[in-house]
Write a protein of this length. Sequence first.
Length: 224
Amino acid sequence: MSTRRCVLTGLLLFTLSLAGYARPLPTEEADASNDMPMTTSSSEARQLFLQGRDYRENWHMPQALQAWQNAVQKDPDFALAYLFISMHTTDPKAVETLLPLGGAKGAGLSFMIECLTSLLLNEPRVAPDLESWAIGDDPFLNGTVIAIDIGGFGNPDRFAAEAERLGTAIAGLARAEGVSKIMLPGERGDAIRAERETNGIPIPKGTWQRIVKAAQTVGVKPPA
């Protein structure tokens, strides 16, 4: 991906923002948990966490929560287990409220995103959830696309050249230990897409079991 495209993608991602509090899909969460480090040295806690994840993938949430709670009893510093408890519990006393990314500025950005992506469409998302605490009962996402005519502000070629320059400067910054490359907006997604086009898309065990069950109910033989 060219630096120019990366920067333009970053601008688009900033303006195309989704506001909503739908429950995360199991496939997304499973991928995220596989990418996160297993933050425990306790084999018992690790096994309980994995057991809870298997329960969750099969929609057995009470058992999943119990397994993760047992995991943090084995290891009170098991951050990943606390994270999964916070994402799935319905008990407000079980977790502390997570602060917005970026503190006060992040809260302001979230407010602005809700105004641009929900209120402009006359489809408020956040206020009804906060008033009823029925988050996820009626999940939907809103979005807004803002198209900017760069030519209305100046020379588009100069903008493109400066975008290229900006991307090159960012990519050339010193990297943290263990980081092989500083990626610009869109590059990570391109890399994942290329890898999955070659090797296929990973499907969590629970999701595959539900697909097989659904196929069998309509007489479709799933691939082995």
